[in-house]
Design a protein around this ligand. Sequence first.
Ligand code: ZN
Length: 136
Amino acid sequence: MESSIKRDDIIKRAAELMRSGGIMLADVCTLCGSPLFKMPNNEVVCPIHGRVMLVKTEEEVAEASLIGILTELEKSIANMLNNYLTKIRRGEASYDDARDIVYWLDAIERIERIKKALHKEEGIKSEKEKSEKESS
Ligand SMILES: [Zn+2]
């Protein structure tokens, strides 16, 4: 009984995802086994769990966790920069603070660069998969 309700729920949400431009993938959610959808913004979404990371190989697991760590790191740096902002507004910022801010901004820039490189790699991979499918 319960599982049939859940199934209806999956179908309903899947239909909603498709209406908003989602494309059903061959991959399924590792948590619930529902088909995954690729949204127009390239996010992979499970009808039940929402946004998920498509994880296949060990290398991709490492990349997925690296992106997660980088994102968290970026958030933490942004929070810290907010503290500097308070200091600047109070007129309490020193030369050392200014130098620290430059270093942290540099760190964010590097994080962004690494994330972009990881995403690009992903894009090339899926392009390759697509052309392999077309030629077969
Ligand atoms: Zn799921």
